[in-house]
Design a protein around this ligand. Structure first.
Ligand code: CA
Length: 292
């Protein structure tokens, strides 16, 4: 199944147009870039950009069998990116934003698995910037991350990884988009290589257990993910949840779980530039390979 023409700008919108999806079925989400494909070339004057028209997410998909309180397990089967992406520098945006005097757009071609940045060939690492479910309360703009997922800009949400999201509404209403052909942790200028992509996902619903925030696993690590306006709160929450996982799975006290995280866990930035900041805590699977 392909979802192509359904887009939302706020997670929680578009329920009336949701596409029904069965568990186990591979669903392809045809996603525009994070600028909603508004930037045709480098001569584009960035000041013209319509900021009410960015971060579209393709969807939502209504996952049959998902009920409030369940966990939605999402397998990232593939991310097939286009052949050219866009980056930009904008006054006031990102870590260096106050030092940027003039806006600039840069096109980055993808050739033989590499992003061509001037003379540098940087291997592409496609990732999904925006992926989430309908949030608990009012709809949330796709550019904002939270416990529903959203604009987490997490480089580890990539092919082969499995993401776990809380379900707040029957059907979950999963949407995604804002892929990057590559991005550094932190996303300091507010863009990776923003690029249209076809995202292939597979869903499964986990019953009888709930989570408060997104979790992720790949071949080597399990991750807790947390977003907050206050990065210290995000750091605490991601760390606390990982400690609880180790207490539960290893039978450890809080003290021992904390010491083990302090020894072998890596606290990593996802992004530090969106309306809320996102961090993750990584633990190698040789320590704990169960995240739920
Ligand atoms: Ca993003």
């Amino acid at each position: 199944m392909i979802i192509k023409d359904n887009f939302i700008f706020r997670m929680g919108d578009g329920k009336e147009n949701a596409v029904h999806v069965k568990q186990g079925e591979i669903v392809v989400f045809d996603a525009r870039d994070g600028f909603n494909n508004q930037i045709p070339d480098e001569s584009y004057v960035m000041d013209r950009l319509d900021w009410d028209n960015v971060n579209p997410a393709t969807g939502p998909a209504y996952i049959e069998g998902a009920e409030k309180g369940d966990i939605l397990k999402i397998e990232i089967v593939d991310i097939d990116v286009a052949t050219e992406g866009t980056m930009c520098a904008l006054p006031g945006s990102g870590v260096l934003g106050n030092d940027v005097e003039k806006s600039e757009a840069k096109k980055v071609k993808i050739v033989d698995g590499c992003a061509i940045f001037d003379s540098f060939k940087i291997p592409v690492k496609p990732m999904i910037g925006v992926i989430g479910v309908a949030p608990e309360g009012q709809p949330i703009p796709c550019g904002v991350p939270g416990n529903h997922g959203g604009n987490m800009d997490n480089t580890k949400i990539a092919k082969g990884a499995t993401l776990y999201l809380p379900v707040f509404h029957d059907g979950a209403y999963l949407s995604c988009g804002d892929c990057h052909a590559g991005m550094g942790d932190g996303e300091i200028m507010v863009t990776g290589v923003e690029i249209p992509a076809k995202i292939s996902l597979k869903f499964e619903v986990i019953k009888g257990v709930s989570i408060k925030e997104p979790r992720l696993e790949d071949e080597e690590y399990i991750y807790t993910i947390s977003s907050d306006i206050d990065i210290e709160k995000a750091i605490y929450s991601a760390t606390k949840t990982m400690a609880e996982i180790l207490q539960d799975k290893l039978g450890y006290s809080l003290n021992k779980a904390g010491m083990l995280i302090s020894l072998a866990g890596d606290l990593q930035f996802c992004q530090v530039v969106d309306p809320a900041l996102t961090v993750r805590m990584a633990i190698p699977k040789y320590i704990c390979d169960k995240i739920i």
